[in-house]
Write a protein that binds this ligand. Sequence first.
Ligand SMILES: O=C(CO)[C@H](O)[C@H](O)COP(=O)(O)O
Ligand SMILES: [Fe+2]
Length: 224
Amino acid sequence: MSRNLKALIGPSILNADLSQLFEESQKLLNNGADYLHLDVMDGHFVPNLTFGHPIVKCLRSKIKDAFFETHMMVSKPEQWIAPMADAGVNQYTFHIEPVTNVEDVCRKIRESGMKVGVAIKPGTPVSEVEKYISISDMVLIMTVEPGFGGQKFMENQMAKVQYLRENYPLLNIEVDGGVGPSTISCCANAGANMIVSGTAVIGAADQASTIKLLRDTVQTAIDK
Ligand SMILES: O=C(CO)[C@H](O)[C@H](O)COP(=O)(O)O
Ligand SMILES: [Fe+2]
C-alpha cells in the first residue's frame, strides 16, 4: 500500500453520554483520537435523530483545534453546508443516495472552506461513488446500515474498499460501523486508512490502548 497514506482514527461519539458531549470528546482526543466523527441524523434519511449545527458550534467553542468531520445522514445535505461551515466543521461527509447533483454539493462544500467526503450505504454500488473521487477528499464505505451505533460489522463491504484501494492508491478511504479490535484487521487488509469506531472505543476500559491498537493495525497494513 502507498506509504504516503496515514492511518487515522476518528471515534464516533454517537453512543457516548451526550449530556457530557464536551467531556467525552475531550477525553477521546486526550486518548489519542486523530479526529472526531460527528453523526448528524435528520430522522428522514435515516430513522433516527441526533444533533445539528448548533450543538457542533457549541462543541467547537470549547475544542478549538481538533479536526471535526460531520457524517451527514440527511436527505438534503446542501441545506446544512453553510451552517456547518459556520459551526467550524473541517470535513463535510454526505451520502450521495438522496442527491441529484452531487458535483454541485461537492463544489459548495469546498467553496465554504470544508473538505469533501462522499458516503455510500451498504446497498449502493461502489461505481456510484467512484464518479466523484476526483472532486472529493475522502470516500466513506458504510459497514452498517446508517442510523444506529452498536450494529454488526458487514464484512461483505470490504470488496468495495479493496476495489477502491487497488485503483486509487492515495485515496482516503473511511469505514464506519461495527469497527473495533475484532474487525480492524479486515478493514486494514482491505485498504481502509480512516477508521470510525464508536461503541468499541467509547465502551473500552482503556480508550488510549484501543485507539492505539486500531491505528497500529492500520498503519502496519499501509507500510507492508
Ligand atoms: O454512522 C454511524 C451509524 O450510522 C456511526 O458512525 C457508527 O455506527 C459508529 O458506531 P459503532 O462503531 O458503534 O457502529
Ligand atoms: Fe458515522
